[in-house]
Design a protein around this ligand. Structure first.
Ligand code: UN1
Length: 516
């Protein structure tokens, strides 16, 4: 009975989004194909029920799709940027109309609670708005020339088709951050989504393709989708026809993609694993800190790259904060994300639950004291549900330095502020970080050059939930890439420096004389 009802609503979501009858192996603009690669069965992590089977692309089909994107580039690069912005504006409107349905698909396919799933669609809308404004602001510079009657300028041109490799945990927003910017910058987009979220990708593609179909200046092939596994990702990364590869996912994935792209001297924009910490100082507002920690550590069931994984607490506040966290973690509602009041949905799959269990066992072996972390089987519909774990452990235990994509919060302590900063920075990853303090000197030191070494350093807010306006990404093994706001658009364009002589002499720079 339950299964039938659920299936009906799955079907409704797919129908509302217009993808119930679309083959999803690959799509070249408005052409949807099954593909000759292995079939992918999408299973909802909520209850393990299969949603739909989709195909996948073979390497030759990937090549065909990339060729179509190259063709589209030749047309799109000369469309004025504000006109390209108009296309993205219309997509933003389309997303507004479909926010609930697309959010429901995100919930269904990756298990996010509706508030977070719709928040992800909101990030798409926000980046569209940002990109529309940007389409009139892709500014270059006018530079003072050292030579008389010379004009020295730089301008930005479209780069070429962009390859986007995205992860399951942000199955719609991360592609949109890339696609919205790439499209206004004049670049087609070739998308290889996670094998765990092909339907979200199909829906995003289809909604944008509908806008493209009604937009005269937009060539077919402007957006291309290639579903599949590692070989498909590798074919995208290796293609010399894609000058930029933007990849989000694990550090091993990023290392493989980065090396492949570097071998052909392409550009890569990597947004890889984090091992995000928060320092809680003696002056911190613990009520605020408690809320921030809980959202950052257990939101999205610990499966954000910005998830809070290490808490570095001053000795004087540790006992109090830990007690409050134990209460919060033990009472938080875990279950079907569609149920009222649930804050923690399922992990993506059994593999993730096994990795969490392994990490907790290693933590115990390494001297950790674990609270929570057990499997939840009562009152849940059958996916991999877990209670978030708190682990009191030494800051330098091996397990603390690795990212486990699950809700495990390592609780570390410190005595002296410099020690806290050193602990914050001692891991190989460098994505996000935060401090809770009401001491301005600590806050400023944390954000300053000898403070946090991460791409994101926050004061009195958590590590996750960044707005799109800032550049998003991190240092060290996180990969160094920046996407989304600020000047991240420059990744998607090529810079042309132009020197124009409007005089009748030919003065050489550096005062060189070279008379013939
Ligand atoms: C990710 O987990 O890959 O800052 C991205 C955040 C979100 C993006 C996370 N805006 O948590």
């Amino acid at each position: 009975m339950m299964t039938t009802q659920t299936l009906t609503s799955y079907q409704q979501i797919l129908e509302t989004l217009g993808i119930a009858d679309k083959p999803g192996g690959f799509a070249i603009g408005s052409r949807y194909e099954e593909g000759n690669g292995p079939r992918i069965t999408t299973v909802s992590p909520i209850d393990g029920v299969s949603i739909k089977e989709v195909g996948s692309a073979r390497v030759e089909e990937v090549a065909e799709a990339i060729d179509a994107a190259v063709e589209a580039f030749y047309a799109w690069r000369t469309v004025p940027a504000p006109v390209r912005g108009e296309l993205v504006r219309r997509y933003g409107d389309k997303l507004r109309q479909n926010k609930q349905a697309l959010g429901a698909l995100v919930t269904l396919e990756v298990g996010k609670i509706p508030a977070e799933a719709e928040g992800e669609v909101q990030e798409m809308i926000d980046i569209c708005d940002f990109a529309v404004g940007l389409s009139r602001q892709l500014y270059g510079l006018a530079i003072q020339s050292e030579r008389p009657e010379h004009r020295l300028t730089e301008q930005w041109h479209p780069l070429g088709p962009i390859g986007v490799i995205s992860a399951f945990n942000f199955p719609v927003a991360v592609w949109a951050w890339n696609a919205a910017l790439a499209l206004v910058c004049g670049d087609p987009v070739v998308w290889k989504p996670s094998e765990k979220a092909p339907l979200c990708a199909l829906a995003c593609h289809h909604l944008l393709q509908e806008v493209i179909d009604d937009f005269e200046q937009a060539p077919d092939g402007l957006i291309v989708l290639v579903n599949g596994g590692r070989e498909v990702g590798q074919a995208v990364a290796a293609s010399k026809k894609l000058p930029l590869i933007s990849a989000t996912g694990s550090i091993p994935m990023g290392r493989a993609v980065g090396q492949t792209v570097a071998a052909r001297l392409g550009r890569s924009l990597l947004e890889l694993g984090g091992n995000n910490a928060m320092i809680v100082t003696p002056s911190a507002d613990l009520d605020l800190a408690l809320r921030a920690i809980t959202f950052a550590a257990v939101g999205t069931t610990g499966q954000r790259c910005t998830t809070l994984r290490r808490l570095i607490v001053h000795d004087t506040v540790k006992a109090d904060l830990l007690n409050r966290l134990k209460t919060a973690f033990s009472t938080i509602k875990i279950g079907d994300p569609r149920e009222d009041g649930v804050l923690v949905g399922p992990l993506i799959d059994e593999g993730a639950a096994t990795m969490m269990e392994d990490a907790l066992n290693r933590a115990r072996e390494q001297g950790g004291v674990v609270t929570g972390g057990e499997r939840v089987t009562e009152g849940v519909p059958g996916g991999a549900y877990v209670r978030p774990a708190l682990v009191e452990i030494a800051h330098d235990a091996e397990v603390v330095h690795t990212e486990t994509f699950a809700p495990i919060l390592y609780v570390l302590n410190y005595e002296d502020f410099d020690e806290a900063l050193a602990v914050q920075n001692e891991v190989p990853q460098g994505l996000s970080s935060a401090i809770f303090t009401n001491n301005i000197i600590e806050a400023e030191r944390f954000c300053g050059p000898s403070g946090s070494d991460c791409g994101i350093a926050n004061v009195n807010i958590g590590t996750s939930g960044a707005e799109i306006g800032g550049a998003f990404g991190g240092e060290k093994e996180t990969g160094g890439g920046r996407e989304s706001g600020s000047d991240a658009w420059k990744n998607y364009m090529r810079r042309s420096t132009n020197t124009i002589n409007y005089g009748t002499a030919l003065p050489l720079a550096q005062g060189i004389t070279f008379d013939v």
